[in-house]
Write a protein that binds this ligand. Sequence first.
Ligand code: ZN
Length: 730
Amino acid sequence: MTFKSNEFKHVDYLWDDKVANQLDAVERLRYRSNILGTDQRITNTGGGNTSSKIKMIDPLSGEEVDVLWVKGSGGDLRTSTRANFASLYMDKFLSLEHIYNKAEIKGVKTEIEDSMVDMYRHTTFGLNPAASSIDTPLHGLIPFRHVDHMHPVSAIAIAASKDQEDLTQEIFGDEVGWVPWQRPGFDLGLVMQEKIKQNPKLKGLIMGQHGLINWADDDKACYELTLTLIEKAAHYIEGFDRGDKTFGGQKYHSPDESTRRQILIQLLPKLRGMVSQQNRSIGTVHMTESVLQFVNSVEAPRLAELGTSCPDHFLRTKIKPLYVDWNPQGESFDTLIEKLEKGLAAYRVDYMSYYEACKHPNSPAMRDPNPTVILIPGVGLIAWGKTKSESRVTAEFYSLAIEVMRSSEAISKYQGLPRQEAFDIEYWLLEEAKLKRMPPEKEFARNVVVVIGAGSGIGKATAHRVAKEGAHVVCADVSEESARATAQELIDIHGVGIGIAGTGLSGCGPAIGLGVDIACRESVQALFEEIIFAYGGIDNVIVTAGIFVSPDKNGRIPDDKWSLTYAINVIGAFIVADEARKIWQAQKLSGSLVLTTSVNAAVAKQGSLAYDTSKAAANHLVRELAIELSPLVRVNGLAPATVVEGSSMFPRDRVVSSLIKYNVSFEESESTEALREKLATFYAQRTLTKSPVTLADQAEVAYLLSSNKFSKTTGQIIGVDGGLQEAFLR
Ligand SMILES: [Zn+2]
């Protein structure tokens, strides 16, 4: 059975000769990889690899040589660029076989096998810094020009079935062979090479418990073969679809979406606290129809216990998820919490015994024993990871594992990877070395930092500052548009990460922009609900939002503007703290709150009564809140002197009224920016340091006060004013 390009139903055929034929051989490989990685049914995020053996001129000899270009360690097929591919001299690579064979003890999981990974660097062509992956020998030792190794759901379903070898034969006949599960490495490459020697007509192999590998001497033919094999497998599986009987039928049903959301808003901060006692985690909620069908099913408890199969999947999902047998139709929310607490305690004990039973003398120390995937009937799947990107990947992988189980249970009986094999991947010394090579986590890694007022001025500068420290940043502002704009700037700088999962806002990246009116409690509540849904909780809140109402020409502001000033600068800051407190208390994790007050809080002067007294109240609010929120949350104040640069609080009329107040001469014809500079220079001359105060100066202190660098400081107001003697607190 072969397919024409328009006959594929289970994969997207995306090859376009018009694009491919304009590319050089390496770029064709990049192109093929990108279009394969685009379709989740072909491979998961970060999973699989591709290669081409390309004739190139050796810069040393000037001779034509064969170069193996193969997707390197890390990276992702969908988003790969040329830089993600390693390049190796084929002859040098093949010579490694002699080194391998000389070893007295060789084979899967031997020392020589692991040491081969370092040898690949000696075979590098063209000073390419991309590191070769452990799958390199699978590509190098297969004697065909192009090789695709994918993790398609339909192929893993066959590979994770009890009678996988027979199924392979039944579905593919003689064109695809089968190799049993074996940890990837040099030995697996030799096993495959041997298979091809025995049957030179083979076009591919189902890799037990793992995936698919296939090859061709033409790159487009290789691409089409990959699609054809996946299509065949998916077509076969479709014929056995069990419909309503899938996973043994439904035991529970899901409440409507808004009820589910309400449960999650209540649940997520508590759950985040429970799984974050060792390391803070960021959550992703995934509740597609397919996930709900699984968590609500009769067979979910049994299947969840079997764990995932593809090594790529379970490196993120851990050996198994935590399934909580809660009845959404009859049991209360409190019962859910109780069951989660018990379930988590049991999971940790179980994980420790798995570690103890499977560890080797040289195994790395046990890692965080908390689950990364939690399944709740009626609600869905909640994944946890050290970043949003990681938790999205984890959610994606388990939802793919659900599809694997669905298919495998339709055609046979699903089986997970044996425990010891799973352990030997999870605690593989090569994986550990990879983790050790990663740069140390940044100050705000694993944290959700909410910046209110992030649309402009100090808030925007602060959002940028904390994002640099690895924070997940919620940019909130009374102007939703400017909040979104700041969030987009952060994503443009720091990237959205990988992983395709997450329902609604939970599928977000490392920054989101939301509108909020802090003078309105409902609006603040709605803001925090969105944040909980997006990330699972909060860690640090920084309020820079404030209002300054310019007095009229006589230096007065009307009574209603007094109310507005207090509603935002004092009561608004309190409402934010009060609503955030509920989340901090539910999480039981330490946090910090920074309120932006003003030097005007301490310096009495003419013409800004409402603003100055509101900021004096805010200073005392910092102290009162530091007491109210202790010991969980530190509360400090940032007291800026006027930052004229780029501040939305300095529209032209305020600049003008200040210039008049201070007798600084100016012309009405001057630009606003020029007037701002005049005012900034005037202010600087009044300070001890004689230098204008910038947004970056304010952002730095907002960041520091929020961070653990100030972990022993609470109830304090720090002036960032260039040094104003009259603003010294006493
Ligand atoms: Zn693989």
